[in-house]
Design a protein around this ligand. Structure first.
Ligand SMILES: C[S@@+](CC[C@H](N)C(=O)[O-])C[C@H]1O[C@@H](n2cnc3c(N)ncnc32)[C@H](O)[C@@H]1O
Length: 288
């Protein structure tokens, strides 16, 4: 009888001193982890046990190499896909974005604090974007504070949509259409489901992740990606902002901001927000 294939190793387990927890978690996020579980380390001393979940075995292996290079012992672990899905759900919980937005997973039913508050139900599935990561929350803060300017086309582009959280929020905040792109085919069903649950399916449509094929501009472009990807896409991201349009970018750490501003030369920051060492910026063209 054929045995089902062994699940690939997609989690990285390591122990660090408590004071190293923040920087190490920051590095793991920048290496593409989808979620981190913290626990007590082995007895003796005061270590933290960290388990970081990755979307695939290659990303997990690359992360292990980087972590080893930094002098930590890290072990790759196989996570059964069903167990992985369940564990990932543990990271999702109700998150308040200022007083404007409440993000909640389907299994939590928070009451709004006031009648104007936007309640968004986001199923995390296996996608990034439950609101548990600072960059998602930072992008949402900027989205609330910098909606498309009057006179801009109320069209939005969400590059790397994950759960669709930013697209859903933009649509619920008044965008007339939102184009989403995503390179991971495994998360398409999740953003579609979230668009449906939040009653904005008719406003959100998938677009080609190859941005060079997009011709019409957008009043607002959002891209919560890592710096190397932002660098690769920067020419198209700049080209696709309409006159008086805005670009919201995140996925960078505080020490990467100068490099990011260099990559987006010609754009100037309108607003910068940060949380836990992560930064998001709202940029606009210098001459517009
Ligand atoms: C950090 S998550 C952001 C998810 C969500 N937008 C948020 O803000 O929480 C980045 C997402 O972008 C996708 N991605 C990575 N590179 C991409 C690219 N070049 N084009 C489109 N999507 C990409 C990843 O698969 C992942 O789902």
């Amino acid at each position: 009888m054929n045995r089902p294939p062994e699940p690939a190793a997609t989690a990285l387990a390591l122990e660090v001193d408590r004071e190293d927890e923040d920087p190490v978690c920051g590095i793991l996020w920048s290496l593409g982890t989808l979620g981190i579980q913290l626990g007590d380390g082995a007895e003796g001393g005061n270590p933290m046990a960290i388990t970081a979940h990755f979307p695939d075995a290659d990303t997990a292996r690359r992360a292990a190499d980087r972590i080893h290079g930094l002098g930590y012992r890290a072990e790759l672990r196989r996570i059964d896909p069903d167990e992985y899905s369940d564990r990932w759900r543990l990271h999702a919980r109700t998150e308040r974005i200022g007083s404007a937005i409440v993000l909640h997973p389907p299994w939590e039913r928070p009451e709004p604090d006031h009648s104007d508050q936007l309640m968004l139900e986001i199923e995390p599935g296996r996608a990034f974007g439950s609101g548990s990561h600072p960059t998602t929350r930072l992008c949402l803060r900027l989205l609330v504070d910098h909606p498309p300017e009057p006179g801009c086309p109320p069209r939005v582009l969400d590059v790397g949509t994950g759960t669709g959280v930013l697209a859903v929020a933009a649509a619920r905040l008044g965008a007339e259409s939102v184009t989403v792109t995503e390179t991971d085919p495994g998360v398409h069903a999740t953003w579609e489901l979230n668009a449906e649950r939040n009653r904005v399916s008719h406003l959100i449509a998938p677009g080609d992740p190859d941005l060079s094929t997009h011709t019409d501009g957008y009043g607002l472009v959002m891209a919560n990606l890592l710096l190397p990807t932002l660098r690769d896409l920067s020419e198209d991201l700049i080209r696709l902002i309409t006159p008086r349009g805005r670009l919201i970018v995140s996925g960078v750490l505080v020490h990467q901001v100068d490099e990011l501003l260099g990559v987006f030369g010609g754009l100037i920051p309108v607003d910068t927000v940060q949380e836990d060492g992560w930064v998001a910026l709202c940029l606009k063209p210098e001459d517009r």
